[in-house]
Design a protein around this ligand. Structure first.
Ligand code: SF4
Length: 430
């Protein structure tokens, strides 16, 4: 979501005549897009602001903060880090140029934490996209789930789904522009519930999200990925939609966080291990060989050896193709912050090592299973090590490196996988 917000801000500023620069020394304005999921990110922000102030003390560059930390801290930020010129909340990005102008004219810090305009336009200028071939398409923002460890419902607000007709039009525009792959994004994409049916009338499905998937598939855009999914709202019909439409990619990111029912309840996740396993069984039964990835938290308050054992068992059962795991750290402002963080750092570390062993094993197995097979790779870039080596993603979101001519960039190439190393596949174009 943050990359998508950065692209949008760059688009808004480009339209106002601003230019993006990679050269820090010549920048007149610094905008920090912040994440508040982990506390460390906030500390980093204050360090970076201090650095900019020191390096630009003479010419006095302007400094702005946007994103979740801006939304949560608002005016407090100005006290914690003097020298900030503007603070833009998560829904105020379209008004950023006004904040910059007012801060410059009035020589006073500006704060805008207001709501998004009803007719907010998510489209991004081609020049500001992270890739010329792949585009993010936000479909829902905010979150209503209130997991006890998470700050997102407070920083991003309640779930708000974008109108399907607007999403579909945007995707058709992207297709016409030459975009090959779209990523439907949101905190919980499968909680998608637009106010009206407009755009979905001709598409069946058990939930608005699976109807949207079928509607997006019908646009004919070549590849569609979506992230993140929330287990409780993950209806089996999503897998049926993937089975029916080849352009719906065979990759599902379904964070589970823990394999212990006791801990899932304390996290207020709204699902238990059995419901999660049923979803996994459905995903694994697909003939599309859907790749499955997840997120896990290690050492949530009260997590015993037995609870952690349950997480290990679930990880073995699910055979995740890849997983991110984090040591729990309390986040101020969340209900879990009130709990005693009673799993010692040493135990958290030991559990991470054990979990890593299981996850690496399943990731390795998943990568090895690709060797010898032909995969369609969207060629997205050149390797940083050699301009003869290209790289890109498969439909199941695995990275592949292979030798090939630069004119393959932006095309979908058939690549035979010849080798796998750590997290990466290597192949030969055919
Ligand atoms: S579902 Fe839970 S973890 Fe995900 S954004 Fe919402 S509150 Fe946070």
């Amino acid at each position: 979501m943050n990359v998508s917000d950065s692209e949008k801000v760059a688009t808004v500023l480009e339209a106002e005549g601003y230019q993006l620069t990679d050269a820090e020394e010549s920048a007149d304005i610094f905008i920090f897009n912040t994440c508040s999921v982990r506390e460390k990110a906030e500390h980093k922000l204050f360090t970076r602001i201090g650095q900019v102030r020191r390096d630009h003390s003479e010419e006095r560059a302007m400094i702005g903060v946007m994103g979740c930390v801006a939304q949560l801290e608002g005016e407090t930020l100005l006290k914690r880090a003097p020298g900030i010129d503007f603070v833009i909340g998560t829904k105020a990005v379209a008004r950023i140029s006004g904040a910059i102008e007012n801060a410059a004219r009035r020589r006073q810090p500006q704060i805008d934490l207001g709501e998004r305009e009803d007719d907010y336009d998510w489209s991004v200028s081609p020049l500001q996209r992270h890739s010329p071939y792949v585009a993010f398409v936000p479909i829902i923002e905010g979150c209503n789930k209130f997991c006890t460890y998470c700050i997102v419902p407070f920083s991003r607000g309640r779930e708000k789904s974008l109108p399907a007709a607007q999403i579909l039009k945007y995707i058709l525009d992207l297709k016409a522009e030459g975009i090959r792959e779209v990523h439907l994004i949101g905190q919980n994409v499968n909680s998608y519930r637009p106010k009206t049916d407009a755009g979905l009338e001709n598409h069946r499905g058990a939930t608005p999200f699976s109807r949207l998937l079928r509607a997006v598939a019908a646009t004919g855009i070549e590849r569609i990925k979506f992230t993140t999914s929330f287990p409780r709202d993950f209806h089996p019909d999503i897998v049926d939609a993937i089975d029916e439409h080849e352009n719906l990619c065979n990759w599902v990111h379904l964070p589970v966080q823990s394999g212990s029912n006791r801990i899932l309840k304390a996290m207020r996740r709204g699902h238990d291990v059995d419901n999660y396993r049923r979803r996994i069984d459905k995903i694994r039964s697909s003939p599309r060989e859907i790749s499955l990835t997840t997120d896990l938290i290690v050492g949530f308050p009260g997590e015993t050896d037995e609870d952690f054992e349950e997480t290990m068992k679930l990880a073995e059962y699910c055979r995740f193709d890849s997983a991110y795991y984090f040591k729990y750290s309390p986040r101020p402002g969340t209900p879990a912050h009130e709990l005693v963080d009673d799993v010692s750092p040493t135990v958290k570390k030991e559990r991470c090592i054990e979990l890593d062993r299981i996850l690496r094993k399943s990731q390795r197995r998943s990568l090895e299973s690709q060797v010898g097979r032909v995969r369609q790779v969207l060629v997205e870039g050149l390797s940083s090590r050699s301009d003869k080596v290209l790289n890109g993603h498969t439909t199941c979101h695995k990275i592949v490196n292979f030798e090939g001519p630069a004119d393959c960039l932006g095309k979908i190439a058939d690549v035979r996988i010849t080798e796998c190393k750590t997290n990466t596949l290597f192949g030969r174009i055919i």
